[in-house]
Design a protein around this ligand. Structure first.
Ligand code: ARG
Length: 607
């Protein structure tokens, strides 16, 4: 006998919905009840809900469970067909204020037509309460992103990690999760030995006078050269590492100074891109690495291999093992990440551990996860989420470099973005209509917005071609196009001289009505916002949010072409204002603004 299932609670009254609701989730609940009552003997029957696509003939959503269920039944020797299954589900579907009509079509597809009153109600509550997140259980989530290496260049790969990681944090924060944004700086490698030794020689009074190492790159190169050519220097460099790792105050002071120079450089990038992040580099884990190594030894999980101590992800010893202790006794990137996991699970109580790096580190994190599980650091149900991304290529599809073949400095890249954004605005004559202050705001919004959007709007797994020409195109799915679209929508009420207060007074009288087909279509697209957000928080692919933003904007254009918001006579005098449509414009603008916010893109009211 099967245990009785928990029957999910359904929405029975539209009025109980305040703000947002995820329609697919509610439909899933409704059809779970229907399917379980139609086929109580099936274990976990599939409940498949999809959007119907562009043909209104198929309704707004579909339940496509009939086909797989009829196959499951056939496997149990129950003779039936999808259409019959579809009908069976249909008659058992509980009534819902979300649904206006249901029908079985073709091979058992259940077409679901949404109730207009419901959609209008949701849009009205967005106007009343703002764009609210769908309610979810609050989780503690650690997001490890950006994470450049001290004394080395912060390169375009780190830029991708920064942009993607920040946006992931933003979407999770929007859902009210407890997010810890961690910058896992590479601040603890052997390179610090040579940097410190070089600093001691060149600037012996570094503790009282700040040495001119603003060009840390050059400083790094000099010390590397000495390290490679001078045996004595090399020995001293190694000795410095030992002193540093045992906490000697002078060496710690030198190390701090070097880190600070790097940090200031990184901070310039973060300030420009409006990124908030907590610095917690590899050095933070030094004592925790001692602890984790001890634990792994005690559990008998380490093995000797040519003087090193290694650990396999599985007892079958497949794949590549981690190097936990080097033959000279030092720790590695692997050791630090084992300590990182332990710290995030045990001290931070992290429920989701997210790491944003290039796909090249996929195996590293898979092995770390496997080892952490073997060691009992990760428990059942806990996992690492590696958010991988492809490499950045130049327009020649080769590794992104300057014309002279050097790596591109991020600050230079952003300056070029600023310059090109301004050229674009001037080309459109915007310098003649905007005040200097407005022009500057538009320039920055476009420059940083286009760099972020170009990155986020592509499937992150793929390599991506960096092209200012493409990202500054004012047609197509680009930040420039969408930012323009938003300012235009926001200006509709302004040009009709309808103040926000007037709009809200009219709203109290009637509220949004979706009468015209184009209004109805736009309303249903806007309704999907929570659905898109929840999908993004699950799979951490931000391009679907960008696609959605673009879809809103194209559906809006269609609406605006077909429906007058303001009617004017031949001389341009306003003769009629369609307030309900202006309300729809307002909701559209609010949702688009929220999407931009989540993507970390600043919007402007004029551009
Ligand atoms: N510093 C590393 C790099 O530049 C990225 C660190 C990512 N985070 C981590 N916990 N391993 O590739």
């Amino acid at each position: 006998v099967k245990a009785p299932k928990n029957r999910p609670t359904l929405i029975t009254n539209i009025k109980s919905i305040e703000g947002t609701i995820c329609v697919v989730d509610e439909l899933k609940k409704i059809f779970t009840i229907a399917i379980e009552s139609a086929y109580p003997d099936l274990e976990d029957p599939p409940v498949v809900i999809t959007l119907s696509g562009n043909n209104p003939k198929f309704g707004d959503y579909q339940c496509n469970s009939a086909m797989p269920i009829s196959q499951l039944l056939k496997a149990k020797n129950i003779q039936t067909n999808p259409r019959e299954v579809g009908n069976n589900i249909l008659i058992r579907t509980p009534s819902s204020p979300l649904i206006q009509k249901l029908e079985v079509a073709g091979a058992g597809f259940l077409n679901i037509y949404l109730n207009k009153l419901f959609v209008e109600h949701v849009l009205n509550s967005i106007l009343r309460f703002g764009v609210k997140p769908p309610p979810v259980k609050r989780n503690r989530i650690v997001v490890d992103f950006s994470s450049p290496n001290i004394a080395k260049e912060m390169h375009v790969g780190h830029l991708r990690s920064t942009i993607i990681g920040d946006s992931i944090c933003r979407v999770l924060e929007f859902l009210n999760h407890d997010v810890l944004r961690i910058n896992h700086l590479g601040d603890w490698g052997t390179q610090f030995g040579m940097l410190i030794a070089h600093l001691q020689d060149k600037f012996p009074d570094y503790k009282t006078h700040s040495p001119p190492i603003s060009d840390l790159q050059a400083f790094y190169k000099e010390s590397k050269k000495r390290f490679d050519e001078d045996e004595d220097f090399k020995k001293r460099a190694y000795a410095c590492v030992v002193e540093l790792q045992s906490g000697h105050p002078d060496y710690t002071a030198a190390w701090k100074l070097i880190c600070e120079v790097s940090r200031q450089e990184f901070q310039k990038v973060y300030d420009r891109l409006d990124i908030k992040i907590i610095d917690r580099g590899e050095s933070f884990y030094q004592s925790r690495m001692d602890t984790v190594v001890k634990e792994l030894k005690e559990k008998g999980l380490l093995e000797e291999d040519e003087g090193r101590l290694i650990m396999w992800g599985s007892t079958e010893q497949t794949g590549i093992p981690l190097t936990i202790v080097k033959s000279d006794g030092g720790y590695t990137y692997d050791t630090s990440d084992m300590a990182t996991i332990k710290q995030r699970v045990e001290e931070e109580n992290g429920e989701r551990l997210i790491y944003v790096t290039d796909v090249g580190q996929y195996t590293h994190f898979a092995t770390i996860e496997a080892c952490a599980r073997r060691a009992g650091i990760l428990k059942d149900g806990q996992k690492i989420e590696h958010v991988g991304f492809g490499v950045v290529l130049g327009e020649d599809k080769k590794k992104f470099k300057t014309r002279s073949g050097d790596t591109i400095k991020l600050i230079d890249l952003m300056d070029e973005g600023l310059k090109r954004a301004l050229d674009k605005l001037v080309e459109k004559g915007r310098d003649k209509v905007l005040t200097p202050e407005e022009l500057k705001q538009a320039q920055e919004a476009v420059a940083y917005g286009c760099i972020k959007y170009a990155d986020l709007s592509h499937n992150r797994i793929n390599d991506y071609i960096f092209s200012f020409d493409k990202m500054l195109d004012d047609k197509g799915n680009t930040a420039v196009y969408l930012l323009y679209a938003l300012t235009r929508i926001q200006s509709i009420s302004r040009t009709a001289q309808v103040s926000f207060d007037t709009l809200m007074t009219e709203f109290e009288k009637s509220g949004i009505k979706l009468t015209h087909d184009a209004e109805w279509k736009l309303g249903k697209v806007l309704l999907r916002f929570p659905e898109v957000i929840l999908k993004v928080t699950n799979d951490l692919y931000l391009h679907s949010l960008c696609e959605y933003l673009y879809e809103i904007s194209s559906t809006f254009t269609e609406f605006y072409d077909k429906c007058y918001c303001v009617e004017k006579d031949k001389t341009g005098n306003v003769i009629k204002i369609f307030y309900e449509r202006l309300m729809l414009c307002e909701v559209t603008a609010r949702i688009m603004t929220k999407c931009f916010e989540i993507l970390g893109i600043k919007t402007v009211s004029k551009m």
